[in-house]
Write a protein that binds this ligand. Structure first.
Ligand code: PMP
Length: 337
């Protein structure tokens, strides 16, 4: 029989899809389509690895509870893996996450705690602090702590990086990825640098006001990418899952460019990707144009546009937020104007 024993075997192993780029001057650009993973994002890889490492380390036992603070996808991954393995999952989110992600968390049986968005890092109700408190107060609970968990970058070092190397036959020249926790770029980037003898260039893509690309930390719309800093936050160290030594440069991308990129991607390539995919894609097209023919650019698309149908693919939302004032991307539906 050609079967899988469980959904856990459907994590990762995602395809690379060639994107059409301007004829002539550009590099080949391939999208690493992470929404093809069972839980719908790159975070499935770390959800599985963090939980299995906790099991091996004796931190999580049958009947236990997995707790995590997340902008959504790590929670979805943790909830999916916990469902299959029989753990309880408590997921702490801010009220800024999309309706679709919230519904998915609940569909997988997670208990969801919603905190107000935009709080300073020190505030007790900041999702990271709330999750730590819940983990402490719940017997048998284990906090996944993706921002500080070495199993996060490790998952991408052991899976995403090797997949990209194998799928391109070792011809990849550039990796472009968003930086949220930094796990993807740090793990996959480190692997590709090592295996290529340092020739692969690793490029971060960042929402324009995020601190990773030198912004002032003002809020932006793209979920799960970059780093927002509340003006009252005093001590806000960058996550230890982000290894800056692996990253050659970080390109800022405006929300508008990111969102118009994914709307075009859906219409022109038939690939429905999320907002941070647009951030990465806009940066990758810049990298590809500058690198020229002969270069092979791989861009990680972390999740699906299905998570954001009520926002980025909703013309009324886009108009309300000022991202579609003319019909600049040609995707606005006539009947919504
Ligand atoms: N985009 C989306 C949609 C994500 O869920 C994440 C993970 N939080 C990222 C980008 C960033 O990936 P990483 O945390 O590995 O840096």
């Amino acid at each position: 029989m050609d079967v899988h024993e469980s959904v856990l075997q459907l994590i990762g192993g995602t395809p690379l899809v060639r994107l059409r780029t301007p004829a002539g001057g550009s590099a080949a650009v391939y999208a690493k389509v992470e929404f093809a993973s069972a839980g719908g994002s790159s975070k499935d890889r770390i959800g599985l690895r963090m939980i299995e490492k906790a099991e091996r380390d004796g931190l999580l036992s049958p009947g236990g509870t997995v707790v995590e603070a997340t902008s959504g996808n790590t929670g979805i991954a943790v909830a999916m893996v916990a469902a299959r393995k029989g753990y309880r999952a408590v997921v702490v989110v801010s009220d800024r996450i999309s309706r679709e992600k919230l519904a998915m968390l609940r569909a997988f049986g997670a208990e969801v705690v919603v905190c107000p968005g935009g709080l300073p890092r020190e505030h007790p109700d900041h999702p990271v602090n709330a999750a730590a408190r819940i983990a402490e107060e719940t017997p048998g609970a284990w906090l996944a702590a993706q921002y500080d968990n070495p199993a996060n970058p490790e998952a991408h070092y052991l899976t995403t990086g090797p997949e990209i190397w194998r799928q391109t036959g070792g011809r990849v020249t550039h990796l472009v990825s968003c930086v949220g926790t930094g796990g993807t770029i740090s793990g996959a980037g480190r692997y590709l640098k090592e295996v290529s003898g340092g020739t692969v260039e690793v490029v971060g893509a960042d929402p324009a006001s995020s601190v990773y690309s030198g912004g002032d930390g003002r809020p932006y719309f793209i979920e799960a990418a970059g780093h927002f800093r509340h003006p009252e936050t005093v001590d806000d160290p960058w996550p230890s899952s982000y290894h800056q030594d692996v990253v050659d440069r970080v390109l800022p991308v405006t929300d508008r460019d990111a969102l118009l990129s994914i709307r075009r991607l859906a219409r022109e390539e038939g690939l429905l990707a999320g907002g941070s995919s647009g951030t990465a894609l806009a940066a990758a097209l810049r990298v590809g144009a500058a690198a020229g023919p002969g270069a092979v650019v791989v861009v990680v698309l972390p999740d699906s546009g299905r998570h954001y149908l009520s926002k980025y693919f909703d013309d009324a939302w886009m108009l309300r937020m000022g991202f579609l004032d003319g019909d600049e991307d040609g995707t606005r539906l006539a009947d919504t104007v």
